[in-house]
Design a protein around this ligand. Structure first.
Ligand code: SAM
Length: 209
């Protein structure tokens, strides 16, 4: 199980954002709906939409991805997971649970799925030190890998950000290092996307040959 003290402080941070801004992009600490959607598009690229699939949204916030999937007619069975119990409560209030949409605050209750996507869970490290956060990020990637059969995708802030804009409470991952780690530990089929205009990158790990 990944670091409980990190989970506690991260959950507290996002609960605070939700209390302040409600179920809006700002309530999950994004600066706009546009950037939230750009990220959704990038992570969902790992999924093959030609047939219905099952999806786990790891760090689902208030479940905005459910709305995105519906608007774009993407046919999938969705499980949202978030360590902040308030986020899960907000998600349930926004999107009623049914046979194809469910939310959980305990990872142990998730059923394995075709794909896992995670948007925004590796950026805010608060006062954790960078080495501990990196370890936590890798452990979390293993947890994501363990609950999917076809692949997973995630994003992270990039170490190629402008130095004068970098903040000590955020974690900037080295995309080359993370790519290498995924290639060596998870699958030969790994894509690094670092061309969509934000100070971050997305990685797709595809288990299919
Ligand atoms: C930046 S928000 C993004 C929410 C959502 N993915 C979106 O784009 O609308 C990150 C969310 O991930 C949750 N989170 C952070 N670390 C997590 C972890 N290790 N496991 C599960 N949820 C996590 C936070 O509580 C927060 O709600």
């Amino acid at each position: 199980v990944a670091n409980p003290s990190i989970h506690k402080s991260v959950a507290g941070y996002y609960s605070g954002k939700l209390q302040e801004h409600g179920p809006t992009p700002q309530g999950v600490d994004w600066n706009s709906a546009e950037s939230q959607e750009v990220r959704f598009r990038q992570v969902l690229g790992v999924c093959d939409p030609s047939a219905p699939f099952s999806l786990i949204d790891y760090g689902c916030g208030f479940g905005a991805l459910v709305g995105f999937l519906r608007v774009h007619g993407i046919d999938c069975t969705y499980q949202g997971f978030d360590i902040a119990a308030d986020m899960v409560a907000a998600a349930r209030a926004e999107y009623a649970e049914n046979s194809s949409v469910s939310f959980a605050s305990d990872a142990a209750t998730l059923s394995p799925a075709d794909y896992v996507v995670a948007s925004g869970i590796f950026s805010v490290k608060l006062d954790a030190d960078a080495a501990a956060w990196k370890e936590y990020m890798l452990q979390t990637l293993h947890a994501m890998n363990d609950i999917c059969t076809r692949g997973f995708a995630f994003n992270a802030l990039t170490s190629y950000s402008d130095t004068d804009k970098m903040r000590p409470d955020l974690y900037y991952a080295d995309p080359c290092e993370v790519f290498d780690y995924c290639k060596r530990n998870f699958s030969k089929q790994v894509a690094l996307l670092h061309d969509y205009g934000l100070y971050e990158f997305t990685i797709h790990v595809r288990k299919e040959k």
